[in-house]
Structures are given as structure tokens and as C-alpha cells.
Design a protein around this ligand. Structure first.
Ligand code: ADP
Ligand code: TMP
Ligand code: MG
Length: 227
């Protein structure tokens, strides 16, 4: 039986990921929107505590593994839905996992990194180590990475109070995202410059790319996995 496709919306903070993931999902009659982190699961509750309570301490490696474990909590559901013909749209996934932890390397701020000032964080810079725990998860059929200038981003509604919502760290996350994505020649990854486009314009831009990749139709190919 043909399956639905897995489409990932990644991007910089305030690039419009959640807005666009929701619009894209609604274009499919059988759809499921899954946001990572999913804060309602057993592990998601710990992640939520970590993100919202800066007094809650967890080392960088454990934090990284928890975000990946949170994706594994949804592994079966993602695969079952795809096999039932659902189009599953993800709001963040493994690239956020890699970019945010990579950005902690050499950050001298104890709110952001448990190893700030210490020498125990060499694996935070090792992309193979960072990707390791995600290997075996379903691989998106199409990944759209939304990007826009810091000038445009700063015009949008500001950050809240969560742990990572600091300008200096966000600049580093942006560099890390681009480093990871430019490093791959994977044709299923598209970098989408949304510029100053309106929500409607961006959703049309995204839909055109989805259609050009054939990601809007049921397919016979098996689900791919992260390797
Ligand atoms: P993200 O999930 O990437 O952080 P959101 O979808 O939550 O981003 O959008 C961040 C803010 O920017 C929200 O207030 C949203 O309404 C607004 N926004 C989203 N897309 C656009 C756009 N194309 N133009 C202007 N504002 C936008
Ligand atoms: P949100 O703002 O989209 O809910 O994301 C919550 C935060 O978690 C955001 O700062 C990005 C961060 N994050 C990681 O550090 N690693 C991950 O694997 C994911 C999915 C998110
Ligand atoms: Mg969002």
C-alpha cells in the first residue's frame, strides 16, 4: 500500500516554522503535525523543565541525548502514520538537535552550556557524535530550512524567557545550522530564503517546492532512515 511522506520544516528562530508547518499540514486531507520537542511525553516533560527553568541543571551531553530520545518516543507513531497514508509534517527535528548542541561548544555562559569554562566538551563539536543517537529514525522525504536576514527576524515578535533565547547564542545557532546544512549534498534538503515575504507568499513558495519534489503524493518507496 502506498505511504504518505515525511516533510520537515526547520529554520532559524522566528523564521516562521510553526506558522508554515501548520499551513502545510492543513493542505493534506490525511495529515499529522508533529512538533519537536514534544513536551507532553515522559522525556518531553524533562526537556520542558530544562528549557523553562534555568535553575534546573543538566549536562550538555545528557540534554542532547534527551532531545534525541524524545524523537524516538514518536518513532513508531511517525512510521505507523506514514504507512497509513498520512502526510506527517515535522516542526523541528534532527538538524535543530545538531545545531543547538554544536552551538554550545566554546560558549562561556553557564546558563547555556554546562561545560562553559571546562575542557570536557570536545564531543559537542563532533558532528558524528551528535548525529549518532538519531541514526535509525525515519528520514524526512523533504527538508525545508527557512532562512531570512537577522534584520527581518528582529522585526518579528520577540523571544520569550526560555533558556536558549539569547541573541549571542542564536547568532551561533544560525552559523551552526548553515555549517551542518552546507556540509551535505543531500538533494532532499532545500534552503528556502523567505526574505520579507508574507505568510501567504511563503506558504506558496513552500508548496511549489513540495510539488517540485513530488512530496505531495502518496509513494510506493519504503520509508528511509537516518544513517
Ligand atoms: P518559529 O516557529 O520559526 O519560531 P513562528 O511561526 O512562531 O516562527 O513565527 C514567529 C512570529 O513571526 C509570529 O509572531 C508569526 O506570526 C510571525 N510571522 C511568521 N511568518 C511571518 C511572515 N512571513 N511575515 C511576518 N511575520 C511572520
Ligand atoms: P521551540 O521553541 O520550537 O519549542 O523549541 C524549543 C527549543 O529547543 C528551541 O530553543 C530549540 C531547542 N531544541 C534543541 O536544542 N534540540 C532539539 O533537538 C530540538 C528539537 C530543539
Ligand atoms: Mg515555533
Amino acid at each position: 500500500m502506498p505511504r504518505g511522506q515525511l516533510i520537515l520544516i526547520e529554520g532559524l528562530d522566528r523564521s516562521g516554522k510553526s506558522t508554515q508547518a501548520s499551513i502545510l499540514a492543513s493542505k493534506f486531507s490525511q495529515n499529522k503535525l508533529i512538533k519537536f520537542p514534544n513536551r507532553s511525553t515522559a522525556i518531553g516533560k524533562i526537556i520542558n523543565e530544562y528549557l523553562t527553568n534555568t535553575a534546573f541543571q543538566l549536562n550538555d551531553q545528557s540534554t542532547h541525548l534527551l532531545f534525541s530520545a524524545n524523537r524516538w518516543e514518536l518513532n513508531r507513531e511517525m512510521q505507523d502514520l506514514l504507512n497509513l497514508g498520512y502526510f506527517v509534517v515535522l516542526d523541528r527535528y534532527i538538524y535543530s538537535g545538531i545545531a543547538y548542541t554544536l552551538a554550545k561548544n566554546d560558549i562561556d555562559d553557564s546558563r547555556i552550556s554546562s561545560s562553559s569554562g571546562g575542557g570536557e566538551n570536545t564531543n559537542l563539536a563532533d558532528i558524528d557524535w551528535l548525529l549518532g543517537p538519531d541514526k535509525g529514525l525515519p528520514k524526512p522525504d523533504l527538508t525545508l530550512f527557512l532562512t531570512l536576514s537577522m534584520e527581518e527576524i528582529s522585526k518579528r515578535k520577540g523571544w520569550g524567557e526560555e533558556r536558549y533565547e539569547l541573541q549571542q547564542f542564536q547568532n551561533k545557532v544560525k552559523q551552526c545550522f548553515l555549517k551542518v546544512l552546507n556540509n551535505t549534498e543531500d538533494p532532499s534538503i532545500e534552503i528556502v530564503d523567505v526574505g520579507a515575504n508574507s505568510i501567504d507568499q511563503v506558504s506558496n513558495q513552500i508548496w511549489d517546492i513540495v510539488v517540485s519534489h513530488g512530496a505531495n503524493v502518496l509513494v510506493d518507496k519504503p520509508i528511509a532512515f537516518i544513517t
